[in-house]
Design a protein around this ligand. Structure first.
Ligand SMILES: Cc1ncc(COP(=O)(O)O)c(C=O)c1O
Length: 401
């Protein structure tokens, strides 16, 4: 998207504002399906936790995507957006058994990552096919909060516990139709991913009625020019070949599944916020924006470094700024960052704001969540209204004590 288009949308819809470029989402979806075009049965389940606006979900559905969900509410949103239950997989962690039951009753594929839940579910619903999430104990991931495949992670059933899984399956006569792993976000080295895939293939041999192998996600996307990104094309070539060989060896048709979030929507997103104040101190120049970690928590939570552009003065002389929010505690988006000269009232644009940005926004400081806009065919469409005081008050009860 061009800065001029972003600036126009900021004038039309106000700030702070999230904008998503439909074309970029489509391109990323096709990049992935093209990379794995040699696999006859490929299934992309969009990890909707990344960005769950129902128009985005609907757009991905129309591209042919399935859906990866982690809560009953996500499943309900997915159904609302037009996905059929057979296109949805539920991969929860630590949720109640009742929640799993409710989702299973909707006809959604269940993915279980806990031995006691597996035993309980298999005993009660032996006829409902279940996928198993294994933990391959492979360390991947750029930040310790999103690295989930290692030995101390709370996710998945350890590959060392496969004998126990087999015992449960034999005792309950349950049907295991899929096997899954997700090593974490930000895979830098596809050899590590392929190594983990071998562990999944080995685990799969223990189950004779599989319909799919789910390799999770964790594809790294670039945040700025020159950043390392997961080489999807090379991964596609290597993993497809290995997958097709395994399928032959296994002797049964299998679907290859992925569940990308960031890869599909991160680069499509732009977050716009107006500069309220410029403040010189003894050590830096602060640019204080009309937003905070209530709207974009990734820099504070994960240390993510979003590119920030001054779209009001794109050709201005570059100077060093510390970009901060208005929350009354440390709320830093960027330190000592070179940005085209900023004046109060300018609009800053944060790149890579599609994944885990709006979906992690809160009402902290009783602020309204921003509006969301979809940019499609040269036009901006409002897909979520900016909140108002009614939203803040909606579920609150004023008692006159
Ligand atoms: C089980 C599972 N699958 C998929 C994803 C999506 O990962 P990413 O956004 O890195 O593609 C996550 C992210 O937390 C996850 O936990």
């Amino acid at each position: 998207m061009q800065s001029t288009d972003l600036l126009k949308l900021s004038e039309e819809f106000g700030n702070p504002l999230y904008i998503y470029d439909a074309t970029k989402i489509e391109q990323q979806y096709h990049r992935l399906t093209d990379a794995f075009s040699k696999v006859p049965a490929l299934r992309i389940n969009y990890a909707m936790k990344a960005l769950s606006n129902i128009t985005i979900l609907h757009l991905l559905k129309n591209l042919g995507s399935g859906l990866d969900t982690v809560s009953l509410q996500e499943v309900e949103l997915g159904l609302h957006a037009g996905f059929t239950p057979d296109k949805i997989i539920f991969t929860p962690n630590g949720v109640s058994f009742e929640e799993i039951e409710e989702v299973a009753k909707l006809g959604v594929q269940i993915n279980i990552d806990n031995l006691s839940v597996l035993e309980h579910f298999g005993t009660k619903y032996p006829k409902t096919p279940v996928c198993i999430r294994i933990n391959p104990h492979v360390m991947a991931g750029g930040n310790e909060n999103i690295s989930v495949g290692h030995i101390d992670s709370k996710f998945g059933i350890s590959i060392y516990q496969i004998p126990h899984i087999i015992r449960i399956v034999e005792n309950t006569k349950m049907h295991i139709n899929g096997i899954h792993m997700h090593t974490g976000s930000d895979i830098l080295d596809i050899e590590v991913f392929l190594y983990a895939a071998e562990i999944l293939f080995d685990a799969a041999k223990n189950f004779k009625q599989l319909d799919f192998l789910d390799f999770g996600s964790g594809f790294k996307v670039p945040y700025k020019k020159g950043d390392i990104e997961t080489n999807i094309e090379e991964l596609g070539k290597k993993l497809s070949k290995r997958f097709l060989a395994f399928e032959k060896e296994y002797g049964r048709k299998l679907t290859l599944a992925f569940e990308p979030g960031k890869f599909l929507v991160s680069e499509a997103g732009y977050f716009l916020a107006k500069v309220n104040v410029i403040k010189q101190t003894t050590s830096t120049v602060f640019a204080g924006i009309d937003s905070g970690f209530n709207h974009l928590i990734r820099p504070m939570f994960y240390g993510s470094q979003h590119v920030i552009e001054n779209i009001s003065n794109p050709k201005g002389k570059e100077r060093f700024y510390t970009v901060v929010g208005y929350i009354c505690e440390t709320d830093t988006f960027a330190n000592n960052r070179k940005i085209a000269e900023i004046h109060e009232g300018d609009v800053l644009c944060f790149r890579n704001a599609g994944a885990y940005c709006f979906s992690m926004a809160s009402n902290y400081n009783s602020r309204f969540k921003p509006a969301e806009v979809l940019w499609k065919d040269g036009k901006g469409y409002l897909i979520r209204e900016r909140e108002t005081m009614d939203d803040i008050l909606k579920n609150q009860i004023l008692l006159d004590f």
